[in-house]
Design a protein. Structure first.
Lengths: 297, 257
């Protein structure tokens, strides 16, 4: 196991993280495209990250998992420098994204793709124009070439025939496929997927899983998936990072996670309602609430 | 008592924070002013959606306001035998005050609320975040064309409001109530000064254009990205714009006339 062995209890994990950031080691021969180090971030009084540190291997499918509210989407936004941490750093391809000037950041972003949960298609443009949008913004290519490139990408996601539709005429699954075509149009070095499987029917899910894997293998793109859908994510991932309470609790290949002896990981993988992650939100005991002095008379 | 103070303190902090963010937003948008020359078509699109599509409501309102002015002006002036000054009363009231102010209010209700709702929904559906991640600057691509369109469209609409209003006053005063047409136009020509009255009215309209577009776009970007948040932001746009227009109208009138 090359992951971080989890310790029972959130407090212990947070304390350990505060003392010294532990970086899970990547498998032999893997280079890191993204290096996250000692990341701290809070929303109001709630700490989202408490010294989060891990690497994302180049050219692989990495899935980031964790309970709701652990900041998975926040982490994607930080990798894209849409949000800044209070402490710590994120390096993408050797560049600290939060220290880059605007121009350099935008140059880096042209090499990043992001698939938002909603697709984030521009609602006043057709499917074709949405996919062509980054090319028209960032290149001087003639329209005839743009047309070819857009149709190639739309064909790859199976929506060449839907090029004249407006985003409002697409199903959720189709919108995500168009968004994927748009994210791929500039041949990025990495793509971030924010909950790509949420609300998909079995056929759409199958199509998306197949596309994600194909994209990774044929274009050698680094894929980062944030997802709750355990089985689907594990089936296409090379590397999985589980975060909770603002730190990494486990990292490794899907098989290594399945054989982990950590009760926390086992609860997460099996979906047990109670365990190291308690079913009840912290509060007074049930007995106190029912028979003790009430504060909500 | 402590709770009330806490709420008051929070409210003051929130308002101050919004005020600061609003100014920062305007500064950042204006900083990209020259970006509009890269994509002038975006400005044309916005001039159409915020200017041309507001034209019908402006023309109809201008006509009725002019007709009311004609009627009220005639009823009051006829008592002094001064009904031939009707053209002066109608034109000065429209050019100096009513055209810029009412156009500003109507623009805030029609185009301002639409801008807020559109940008709020773009935020809620992650389109703005999507643009940033595609390395496209939303300030340059989304906000600047809308701000400039408002600044250009509002004075044009105010001028048309005034023109149609003067025709409305003519319709009631001259055609229906029998004021002499020559007196209506000649007294207007003699009394309305281009620089003092027309240009001052247009300056007011430009200022209202800046303020309404700024408030509308900022409220859209600053809204809570939910349906309720967008709805609240749209309401805030109309209310804040109306108050800002009326307050600024007083200040500008005091300075210019």
């Amino acid at each position: 196991m090359f992951g971080v062995n989890s310790k029972s209890g959130a407090t212990a994990r947070a304390k350990a993280a505060k003392q010294q950031p532990v970086v899970p080691v990547l498998p032999d021969g893997e280079d890191a495209l993204i290096k996250i180090r000692n990341l701290h971030f809070s929303r109001g009084r709630k700490a989202i990250f408490n010294g989060l540190s891990f690497d994302i291997p180049k050219g692989r499918v990495t899935t980031i998992m964790g309970p709701s509210g652990t900041g998975k989407t926040t982490l994607l936004k930080m990798i894209g420098a849409q949000l800044a941490p209070t402490k710590g750093s994120i390096e993408v391809d050797g560049q600290n994204v939060h220290r880059l000037r605007r121009k350099a950041l935008f140059e880096l972003r042209t090499r990043m793709g992001m698939l938002f949960q909603s697709g984030a298609l521009l609602t006043d443009l057709t499917v074709f124009d949405n996919v062509a949008f980054p090319l028209r913004e960032h290149t001087e290519l003639p329209e005839s070439l743009i047309r070819h490139l857009v149709l190639l990408r739309l064909h790859a996601v199976g929506l060449r025939g839907a090029r004249d539709l407006m985003p409002s005429e697409l199903s959720g699954g189709m919108a995500r496929r168009v968004a994927l075509a748009r994210a791929l149009i500039l041949d990025p070095m990495m793509i971030m997927y924010d909950e790509p499987f949420t609300g998909q029917d079995p056929i759409s899910m199958g199509v998306l899983l197949d596309l994600l894997r194909t994209v990774n293998e044929t274009l050698a793109v680094t894929s980062i998936i944030v997802s709750h859908d355990l089985q689907e994510s594990l089936s296409i991932s090379d590397y999985v990072v589980i975060i909770s309470d603002g730190v990494v609790v486990e990292a490794g290949s899907p098989d290594q996670l399945r054989s982990s002896d950590s009760p926390w990981v086992q609860q997460f993988l099996r979906g047990d309602p109670d365990g190291p992650v308690p079913f009840q939100y912290p509060g007074p005991t049930y007995q106190e609430d029912l028979f003790g002095e009430s504060t909500h008379d | 008592m402590i709770n009330a103070l806490e709420r008051l303190g929070r409210s003051v902090l929130d308002t101050t924070g919004r005020f600061g963010r609003g100014h920062l937003f305007l500064f950042r948008t204006l900083l990209r002013f020259f970006g509009i020359f890269k994509r002038p078509s975006l400005l044309v699109q916005q001039l159409f959606s915020s200017g041309v599509l507001t034209l019908s409501i402006i023309l109809v309102s201008g006509l009725f306001v002019g007709m009311v002015l004609g009627l009220q002006g005639y009823n009051n002036l006829v008592g002094f035998g001064a009904e031939e000054s009707l053209g002066v009363v109608v034109s000065l009231a429209l050019v100096r005050e009513l055209a810029p102010v009412l156009t500003g209010l109507l623009f805030a209700g029609r185009a301002g609320s639409a801008m807020t709702a559109e940008i709020g929904l773009m935020k809620a559906t992650e389109q703005l975040a999507g643009l940033e991640m595609m390395a496209v600057d939303p300030y340059e691509r989304v906000f600047l064309p809308r701000l400039l369109a408002g600044i250009i469209a509002l004075p044009c609409l105010a001028a048309m409001f005034a023109a149609v209003g003067i025709l409305g006053g003519h319709l009631v005063g001259v055609e229906l109530l029998g004021v002499d047409s020559g007196a209506y136009w000649s007294q207007m020509q003699a009394s309305v000064n281009f620089t003092n009255d027309v240009v001052s009215g247009l300056i007011k309209a430009v200022v209202f254009g800046v303020v309404v577009s700024w408030i509308a776009i900022f409220e859209g970007t600053d809204c809570v990205p939910t349906s309720e948040g967008v709805s609240r932001a749209t309401t805030r746009t109309v209310v804040s714009s109306a108050l800002a227009i009326l307050a600024l109208d007083f200040v500008l009138t005091a300075v210019m006339f």
